[in-house]
Every structure is written in structure tokens, then in C-alpha cells.
Design a protein around this ligand. Structure first.
Ligand code: F6R
Length: 620
């Protein structure tokens, strides 16, 4: 049961951001017309970015005047200077305030540099300023994976006000994305309290991406629970959760719609989904399911639509029909593999890469972002030293001088960064070496698989992507279909690629197949192609993953290395298949055909990857 109002929007569209921005603009316009101020409570992080872009667009289009708007931000890291690249003060100016006509004196953001002795006063004044402004009309919220709103971590009191808090381990780890190293993440923050948020007249919580799906289910469907602070919003009279389908995917209405109400059991996708769900819940293979399982799990309606034996055979055959062996993969065609980061292709489809090469296809790998993130500083230093040592060996005096300077700059930067509390902006030469490290790793992993054509785009635009398509004339394109954070590199690349693909008008349009890296693998229900990977291919894939050495450093004791995650992921897919009753293979890679390909386009595709059943099975 959903205990708070929820609105769900399609993935990969801007509809969610547009609806919220329009709602905010209507409020401002109505208040402006009545000569009243509008008080907005604002959040930072990746989640509200699309709303802010839309507000800026509407302002530039003359649709909204922010001159009477007063803003209060939720939070700020304690001790972080306001101009630090990860400070929330800076975030707000970089992503909104610099582009709209809000008055500087109307902007309120907690300040990270307040001396400890003044914090209590500062927090009380912040609360008083909200009250003096007339209270918050619309409060925007994101949600942390631990359920925090603002920085109200689990067990924050319901009656809490603006205050200093200690950050949770989950929050600190999530902030590594911005700070690069958990040691650099501030451990404390100033935040509005739960009560401060609850006092707002209207609350809009936004969650996008499948990494938020689990906490959204708990916040929406479980009773109010101090462990999950967002669940307090169930008590608010005007709170709405705005979700994309990815974040809503674990809600009962999405994962088990038959429990929430009447469903159309004639829908084959739902039949497929229900039977595989039942098999997993009961821990029985599909063939073993009986009438009682359907009744107990509120699915007897399905058996009225399709008799049990027919249903089981049908679903099993559908799954088996998705298994695609080497002989049904493209042969001697041009195949383009697009990856957001340099290791994504190997991680998701290292087995497929080998098969494509074995089938004598002309394979090219194109990496869409520079990928300098997530390379340890010491790894960059090692490469700078390798360049220096190489020049020494070659007796190249000119190069030697340059390499010495590079090593010394890198070493100095590392020392300064170590001495700093919250890290330093990275100099361009450091970022460049890191990108080079990753490019070299990708090129050598490709080479290991026998792929000699690879290139690095350093940012993807529609024009650049069309240029790539024109250059390689692919019959088939593979790309990353992750549905994680919409402002993550993976999903931004996907958006750009989909746009480029949709606007790519050629006679023989290539097929577009999606793989997953950060999101869970496509399940046997969602996938259109399940590709069994042999033990030998699996071993080579692991070696290919290890070529991405910079991504295999996990320094915490017990943390899984990238190649271990790859192995686990593929085996879990095979275990799932075995549990459903489809045995025979120990690991799979899974792919989904991009659905916007119309049947007419599919028919003219040069290399159809057949997904019609290779064999059928009978259920009893
Ligand atoms: C930010 C804030 C946080 C974030 C939350 C989600 O001002 O208060 O609660 O909303 O941590 O962060 P993102 O949006 O980056 O996933």
C-alpha cells in the first residue's frame, strides 16, 4: 500500500522536471500577480539538476520573474569553504542562481565556515528567517540511499530543527563521487531539521534512477519509521513523491501490479513477469509451479486467462527462445560498441566481444567520456614516472627534462592534496594523465580480444555521434542502457546516444542493443537476448577486466575488485536461469533491443540478431 502521493514519469524523458518546474513557475507567477513573495526550499545534488535547467530555460524564455522569490537551501557541508567545488553554496550559484534574476539578499544557504561557538545562533537565525519570510511555500527534496532528506540521517528526531549533524556511512560513501576519496568528504553538515521541512506548505520529493528504488519502496510503502526519515513525509498533508520508472521499479504497483488491483492478464509481458516472479518467490522452477502457488500469491486470475500447463510451457519457451548462440550472432559485419567509460564494454559484454571477433566482424569500440575519474593519484604518478624512466632509457634529453617536470608537478600536487582537508581542484595535466591511463588500458584490453579499432570521444554530442556512425557504418550498435542516476555519465551518454540514433536517418538503420553495467543485468524477462558465455570466454573476460588495472584497485580490506564483481554478476544470471529451470550454461551476458526500433526498420536491418526460439521445451 502506498502511504504518500506518488507520481511516476517515463525514464529518459524530461517530463518529470517539466511538470515540477511548471508547478513552481505557476506558484511564482500567481504570487507575483498578487504582489506576494514566493518562498522556495531548495536542494542540491544530482536529483534537482533537471528541474533547475528547466527553471533557467523558462526564465530565459520570459515565462518567470524570480525577483520576489526568497530561497532557503536545505544544507551545507560543515567546514567546507563556500567556493570549494563541492560546496552546496557553489553548487547553487553554478546550477541555478547565476542564471536567474533572484536577488542575492533573498538567497539563504547554511554556511559551512561558521565557527563552532556560533552554530547554535546561526541555526536559530536560519529558522527565524524562514518564519519571517512567511514559511516555505514549496520545498524540493532529493533522497539519500539511507532515506535521508536534507542531511537528516536515520533516526533524526521528527521535531528536529536546523542544526549540525554527523553524516552516515552510506552518505559519506555516496559523496566519494564528488570528493574522489572518502577521507576528503566532510563528516559533518548543517541541515534544516525534519520539523523545518514538515512545516513547508508543499513538499516535492524527487527520486530518479534504480539506485533509489529500494529506499523509495521503504519510504512509500512501509509505515513511518525513524530509521527512514523520508517516511515522515507520509504525515505531511501536501507531499508528493515524483519518481521516474527506474526509482519506482520496486513499488508494488510496478513489481507486483496484480497485488495493487485489477490487471490485464492477457498481456504477455505481464504473464511472463508474473510467472518468473512466482518461480523466484516460491524458489521453485517454472515447471514445478502449481495452482496453489498462483492462488496464494493472488494470481489466480492469470490461470483463468491461460491454463497452467500452457502458461508454464509458453513462458519457458519464451525464455529459452531468448538464448542466442554464436551461430545466430552477426558474421562479417561492422559492429560498433559504444561505452560511457573505458571499462564498461568489457565488464558488460567481454564475452560478446570475443564472439563478435570470432565471427569475423569488423568491431570498433568507442568510449564516450574521458574517464579520468576513479584513477588513483598514485596510479597517475606511476605513469608519469614510467614516461620519465623511458626517456632515461632512450637517452632522450629533451623529453627527459619535460618528464622530470611532469613527475615533480604530479608529486607536488599529491603532497599538497594530502595536506589539504577537503582535496584540491585537479590540475589539467593530472586529469590528462589519468585519462591516458584509462585509454591505454582500454586499448590494450581491446587488443587482447583482437579488436584493433578503438577511439575516445571525450564527450558525446549528437553531431559527434552521427560522425561516429557515418565513419563506421555499423550494422549493429551496442550501448550502455543503465537506468541509474539520470545525471550520471552512463545515463547522460544513453540519452545522447538515443537522440543521435533516433535522428540518424539512413536506409539500413543499424540495430541498437543495450547492455547494463551499473544497473542490475537485464533479467530473463526484460532481456531480448541471453548470450551464454563459455568457461574459456569467461576466463578471457576476467583477464580483459584485469587489463583495466586502475579500476581494480579497491583499497578497503574485503572490498570486491572489479573482476570479482564481473564474475559474480554473470554467475548470478546463470543461477537465476537455473532456478527458473533453464540449465546448461554457467554464465550469460544479457542484452535488450532498443524498443524505439520500429518493426519496419527491424525488417530492413542487415544483421538481425535472431531471437526466435532455437529450441522449445515442454513443461509438465
Ligand atoms: C542535498 C540534500 C540531500 C540530497 C540526497 C540525494 O541538498 O539535501 O538530501 O538530496 O543526498 O542526492 P542526489 O540527488 O545527488 O542523489
Amino acid at each position: 500500500m502506498e502511504r504518500v502521493k506518488v507520481k511516476i514519469f517515463p525514464n529518459e524523458t524530461n517530463e518529470l522536471a517539466e511538470e515540477i518546474a511548471n508547478l513552481i513557475v505557476s506558484e511564482i507567477n500567481a504570487n507575483n500577480a498578487a504582489d506576494r513573495r514566493t518562498v522556495l526550499g531548495l536542494a542540491t545534488g544530482n536529483t534537482p539538476l533537471d528541474v533547475y535547467r528547466e527553471l533557467i530555460r523558462l526564465h530565459k524564455a520570459g515565462k518567470v520573474d524570480f525577483s520576489r522569490v526568497v530561497t532557503f537551501n536545505l544544507d551545507e557541508y560543515y567546514e567546507l569553504p563556500p567556493d570549494h567545488e563541492n560546496s552546496y553554496n557553489r553548487f547553487m550559484f553554478d546550477n541555478l542562481f547565476n542564471y536567474i534574476n533572484v536577488k542575492r539578499e533573498n538567497i539563504h544557504i547554511p554556511q559551512g565556515l561558521i565557527p563552532t561557538k556560533d552554530i547554535q545562533d546561526f541555526c536559530q537565525n536560519y529558522e527565524a528567517a524562514i518564519k519571517a519570510a512567511g514559511g516555505i511555500d514549496i520545498q524540493l527534496l532529493g533522497i539519500g540511499r539511507d532515506g535521508h532528506i536534507g542531511f537528516n540521517e536515520p533516526l533524526s528526531p521528527e521535531d528536529s530543527h536546523t542544526r549540525m549533524v554527523e553524516l552516515d556511512k552510506v552518505t559519506l560513501n555516496d559523496a566519494v563521487r564528488e570528493f574522489g576519496d572518502v577521507k576528503l568528504v566532510p563528516t559533518r553538515a548543517l541541515t534544516m531539521g525534519v520539523n523545518t521541512i514538515m512545516q513547508s506548505r508543499r513538499v516535492i520529493l524527487i527520486a530518479t534512477g534504480d539506485h533509489k528504488a529500494s529506499i523509495i519502496r521503504k519510504s512509500v510503502e512501509m509505515p513511518v519509521n525513524p530509521e527512514i526519515v523520508a517516511s515522515y513525509l507520509q504525515k505531511h498533508s501536501n507531499a508528493t513523491f515524483y519518481l521516474d520508472q527506474a526509482a519506482a521499479s520496486e513499488l508494488t504497483r510496478s513489481s507486483r501490479p496484480w497485488v495493487s488491483g485489477a490487471v490485464d492478464w492477457s498481456n504477455p509481458v505481464l504473464q511472463h513477469h508474473a510467472v518468473t516472479y512466482l518461480s523466484q518467490t516460491t524458489k521453485k522452477s517454472i515447471a514445478e509451479l502449481d495452482v496453489g502457488d498462483f492462488v496464494v500469491n493472488l494470481m489466480e486470475g492469470l490461470l483463468k486467462e491461460v491454463p497452467l500447463a500452457t502458461l508454464k510451457t509458453k513462458v519457458l519457451n519464451e525464455i529459452v527462445g531468448k538464448i542466442v548462440t554464436n551461430d545466430r550472432l552477426p558474421v562479417k559485419k561492422s559492429v560498433l560498441i559504444m561505452a560511457p567509460h573505458t571499462e564498461d564494454d568489457v565488464v558488460a559484454m567481454g564475452g560478446m566481444m570475443q564472439k563478435l571477433v570470432a565471427n569475423m566482424n569488423d568491431v570498433a569500440c568507442v568510449y564516450m567520456t574521458a574517464g579520468a575519474a576513479n584513477v588513483l593519484d598514485y596510479e597517475a604518478q606511476k605513469f608519469a614516472m614510467a614516461k620519465l624512466i623511458y626517456s632515461q632509457h632512450m637517452g632522450d634529453k629533451v623529453a627527459l627534462e619535460k618528464e622530470q617536470e611532469l613527475v615533480s608537478n604530479v608529486t607536488q600536487y599529491i603532497a599538497k592534496k594530502k595536506a589539504s582537508r577537503f582535496g584540491l581542484p585537479e590540475p589539467i595535466e593530472m586529469t590528462t594523465i589519468k585519462a591516458v591511463v584509462r585509454e591505454a588500458e582500454a586499448a590494450s584490453a581491446c587488443n587482447y580480444f583482437g579488436i584493433t579499432r578503438c577511439e575516445f570521444m571525450n564527450g558525446a554530442s549528437i553531431e559527434k555521434l552521427h560522425h561516429i556512425f557515418d565513419k563506421y557504418h555499423p550494422s549493429v550498435i551496442f550501448a550502455c542502457g543503465d537506468i541509474t542516476d539520470p545525471n550520471s555519465a552512463h545515463r547522460l551518454c544513453l540519452r545522447a546516444l538515443i537522440k543521435a540514433y533516433q535522428t540518424y536517418t539512413v536506409k539500413d538503420k543499424p540495430e541498437l542493443w543495450l547492455y547494463r553495467v551499473d544497473s542490475p543485468e537485464y533479467s530473463p524477462i526484460d532481456a531480448d537476448m541471453l548470450v551464454p558465455i563459455s568457461t574459456v570466454e569467461m576466463e578471457s573476460k576476467i583477464v580483459g577486466t584485469i587489463y583495466h588495472q586502475s579500476q581494480n584497485y579497491k583499497l578497503q580490506l574485503g572490498a570486491k575488485q572489479l573482476w570479482q564483481k564481473v564474475e559474480e554478476r554473470m554467475q548470478s544470471q546463470a543461477n537465476l536461469m537455473k532456478a527458473l529451470g533453464v540449465t546448461g550454461y554457467n554464465s550469460y551476458e544479457t542484452f535488450k533491443r532498443f524498443s524505439a526500433v520500429t518493426p519496419a526498420q527491424t525488417a530492413t536491418t542487415a544483421v538481425p540478431m535472431q531471437t526466435t526460439p532455437a529450441a522449445t521445451v515442454q513443461s509438465h
